[in-house]
Structure formats: C-alpha cells, structure tokens
Design a protein around this ligand. Structure first.
Ligand SMILES: *[C@@H]1O[C@H](CO)[C@@H](O)[C@H](O)[C@H]1NC(C)=O
Ligand SMILES: *[C@@H]1O[C@H](CO)[C@@H](O)[C@H](O)[C@H]1NC(C)=O
Ligand SMILES: *[C@@H]1O[C@H](CO)[C@@H](O)[C@H](O)[C@H]1NC(C)=O
Ligand SMILES: *[C@@H]1O[C@H](CO)[C@@H](O)[C@H](O)[C@H]1NC(C)=O
Length: 263
C-alpha cells in the first residue's frame, strides 16, 4: 500500500535529477569589459546590444556559431557567439543564454565586452572584429599539480597538439580539433582546440600557434591547462572533458588556478 507513493517519489526524483543534470548552467570562466569603450546605459548603442544579444541567443544554437550586427551608422554593434563544437544543441543554448545575461551584468556600460565559458564564448563591440586574430586578452586555467615525468609528458603533449591543430584547420572541421593519447596503460591525455569560425584557416593556425607557444608561461608541466583567447580555445587534461565523454579513468585532480593577462 505504501510502496506506490514511495516508488512515485523515487521515480519523480530520478526524473528531476536527470533533467537537472541535462540542463546545467556553468559559471563563466571569465570576462573582459574594455574600460576604454564606455557607453551610457540606456543609450542607442546599449539598446542595440540588447537586440543583438536576443538574436545571438535565438539563432546561435542551431549551428553553434553566429556572427551578426545590429543598428546603423555610429550606433552599429557587431556580435559573435560560438559553442564548443562537441557540445549538444541544448547545452549550447543554455550556455549562450547564460552568457548573454551575465555579460550585461558584468559589463553594463562597455561597447566592447567578452565572456568565456567552457561550452561557449560570446562577444560584441561597436567596432568590427570578424576575421581578426585577437590574443590581446587571455585567461589561463592551470592544474595546481605538476606531472612527474615532464620530458615524456611534453613530447606526448606536443604531438597531440600538432595533430589536433592540423585537424582544426581542415575546413570540414570548422575550427575544431580534439583527440587523446595514452601516456601509460592507465593514463590518457585529452586535448581540444577550437578557433572562432570567422577566422580563415591561416588565422586559425596562427591563433593556435600563439596559444601553444604561451604554454611555458602558465601551463609548464601542469597536469592540465586551458588557454582562453577571443579567437581560440586550447585545453588539455589528464581526464576526459569533451564529448562524447570517455567513461575512462580520472587521472588527475581538478584543482585549478586562474591567471589573467591584460593587453
Ligand atoms: C569606464 O567605466 C568604468 C566603470 O564602469 C570606470 O571604472 C572607468 O574608469 C571608465 N573608463 C574611462 C576611460 O572613463
Ligand atoms: C565605440 O564607442 C566608443 C565609446 O562610446 C567611442 O569612443 C568610439 O568612437 C566608438 N567606435 C566606433 C567605431 O563607433
Ligand atoms: C539615437 O538614435 C535615434 C534614431 O536613430 C537618433 O535620432 C538619436 O539622435 C540617437 N541618440 C544619440 C544620443 O545618438
Ligand atoms: C608545480 O610547479 C610550479 C612551478 O615549478 C610550482 O610553483 C608549484 O608549487 C608546483 N605545484 C605543486 C603542487 O607542487
């Protein structure tokens, strides 16, 4: 007699949990509000940004990328939103919605603003930026732990990066490269690189080269690292982090620190 309500409760809880884990919001990894581009709240540029953001929110998820403009003449604004190539349309949609909301809260009076998440990136400006490699502002996340065998590790990391950077500049891959390599029978290294899709292949290659060459500064011998620029994203970890998720080992702790490089 009492079993049925209990069972219902368990089942409904289960569904609740499933829907929660499906539709999880992430925290932003960082933002950049360009303080040299202050605008008035409620002004023309500001209302164009709001319109631009609704368009980015509604139209980006279907393809994972949108570069568009809103407004005219001196009040025109340019926007770009992109999801990581391996995330689902639903995760993409949630991420862009969060990004559009958070960027306005964090940069309420700037014409040039950018926000980074693991699943997506969003930016706008009153100056055009499409096709330009921008590595002026960077955010780095690195694992606090270091690898025990730097020589082997860096060799494997270098080869994996070469491989997935080459993948990213193949037109059909739309700026995305991802892969993994075994460091030992029990430890796997995972890597992912992605350029914004407005970049040419040469510009994409350039952005990724700059990112990898910045490894020694913050990623040196670290068990995991992320380089976040406005034109590309580079990440490696000793645990699976991209989709489809490997149900594999957890080879490293996830404790990270952040460093920000201003232009
Ligand atoms: C822009 O506005 C911010 C406050 O939002 C202020 O701290 C900053 O000094 C302003 N920048 C300039 C160049 O006026
Ligand atoms: C962008 O906005 C800033 C701040 O209002 C302004 O100084 C600058 O001239 C604008 N740039 C363009 C290209 O309209
Ligand atoms: C805002 O846009 C309207 C319509 O285009 C224009 O008449 C007005 O002068 C603009 N305001 C400012 C402060 O530029
Ligand atoms: C990792 O190496 C860095 C640089 O050599 C050092 O500062 C840091 O303390 C090391 N981390 C740990 C957990 O030992």
């Amino acid at each position: 007699m009492h079993l049925r309500p209990l069972l219902c409760k368990i089942i409904s809880l289960l569904f609740l949990c499933i829907s929660f884990s499906d539709a999880e919001s992430q925290d932003p990894l960082g933002e950049f509000c360009n303080k040299d581009t202050n605008i008035s709240i409620g002004g023309n540029v500001s209302s164009n940004i709001n319109n631009l953001l609704s368009e980015l929110v509604s139209k980006t998820p279907s393809t994972g990328f949108l570069a568009t403009t809103f407004g005219k003449e001196q009040d025109k604004v340019y926007g770009l939103a992109q999801c990581r190539g391996d995330v689902s349309t639903q995760d993409c949609s949630i991420c862009i919605q969060d990004a559009a909301k958070q960027i306005r809260q964090r940069c309420p009076n700037q014409a040039d603003a950018r926000i980074w998440y693991d699943y997506c990136f969003l930016r706008y400006n009153n100056k055009t930026f499409a096709g330009q490699v921008d590595t002026s502002f960077g955010i780095f996340y690195f694992n606090v732990d270091n690898v025990t065998d730097p020589e082997t590790f860096n060799n494997k990391l270098g080869s994996l990066m070469d491989e997935i950077r080459a993948e990213a500049v193949v037109p059909k891959d739309e700026g995305l490269g991802k892969g993994k390599t075994k460091l030992s029978p029990f430890v796997t290294l995972y890597g992912l690189v992605q350029c914004t899709r407005d970049l040419s292949e040469i510009s994409c290659a350039q952005c990724l080269a700059i990112s990898v060459s910045s490894f020694p500064t913050f990623c040196n011998n670290r068990k995991g690292c992320r380089v976040l620029y406005s034109s590309c994203y580079v990440r490696y970890e000793l645990y699976p982090f991209f989709f489809p998720l490997d149900s594999n080992n957890i080879g490293a702790s996830m404790k990270t620190m952040r460093a920000i490089v201003y232009p």
